[in-house]
Design a protein around this ligand. Structure first.
Ligand SMILES: [Zn+2]
Length: 252
């Protein structure tokens, strides 16, 4: 496909727009029409003015709950989201997918985020190991699309420079999740730390620490808006996979 002239490529993509992934043609800023799959395999965004913040979980879905502090992921995520908003709102239009303690389905979050052109999506979470206790700690940042790699790299690098220690965590990970694969905007999912680790849960319980985490992400977003992918290393190759579905096995 890469060796086709652009006009032929556009035609091939249009012709494939009713393909098995259910992609639809999306008008691009350069006047071409690209499928949703192709859309995500562009270079990372530069000069964007809108940041969509998704505080993970909410309502009946508490997310992870720390055994040591009792903190619930949904509350910490919303608190961090508000801190991040206040750090970005001078320079960006900031849209919060939830401002209160309410549940929003993942597919609905995807739909809401996809309504905005020229935006990025940040989904904020706190992590836990399955067993609820453990030594694993440290931040993780997930992305899937090529256009999200630079931003995810900046965020993870900044977080690793900010958190005091990390052990056994996954770092920067390419993973097909509903919030990294499916939205029509560059999308990054951040796990700030493990609530299942007593020491890290104690840190995350501190408003001062969460303020620092929010600042770290805000700095990465501003740098990405200024420089695009510059300095974030080679982009990963496109991976052609269907949209993530609730019935997919975990981590697939
Ligand atoms: Zn979560």
């Amino acid at each position: 496909m890469a060796s086709l002239p652009l006009s032929l490529l556009a035609f091939a993509l249009l012709a494939n727009s009713c393909g098995p992934s259910g992609s639809v043609g999306i008008p691009a800023s350069d006047g071409e029409s690209l499928t949703r799959d192709e859309w995500g395999h562009r270079p990372g965004p530069k000069g964007f003015r809108t940041v969509i913040i998704d505080a993970g979980h909410g309502g009946q879905d508490s997310g992870a709950v720390s055994r040591s502090t009792g903190d619930r992921e949904k509350d910490l995520a919303l608190d961090t989201a508000k801190r991040l908003r206040s750090k970005l709102s001078k320079d960006f239009e900031v849209i919060m997918l939830r401002e209160g303690d309410r549940f929003i389905d993942l597919d609905e979050r995807v739909r809401l985020a996809s309504q905005r052109d020229g935006a990025i999506l940040l989904s904020l979470h706190y992590n836990s190991t399955g067993s609820g206790t453990g030594s694993t700690r440290g931040p993780e940042t997930y992305y899937w699309r090529v256009d999200s790699h630079g931003l995810a790299t900046r965020i993870q690098d900044n977080l690793e420079a900010t958190v005091p220690s990390k052990r056994g965590n996954l770092g920067l990970r390419r993973r097909r999740l509903r919030l990294t694969r499916n939205p029509d905007v560059p999308s990054v999912l951040i796990e700030f730390g493990y609530l299942s680790n007593a020491a890290e849960a104690k840190l995350c319980a501190s408003p001062t620490y969460r303020e620092r985490l929010a600042q770290t992400v805000a700095d990465a977003v501003k740098t990405q808006a200024r420089l695009g992918d510059q300095g974030t290393g080679p982009r990963p190759k496109p991976l052609w996979q269907p949209p993530s579905r609730p019935t997919d096995p975990p981590g697939s």
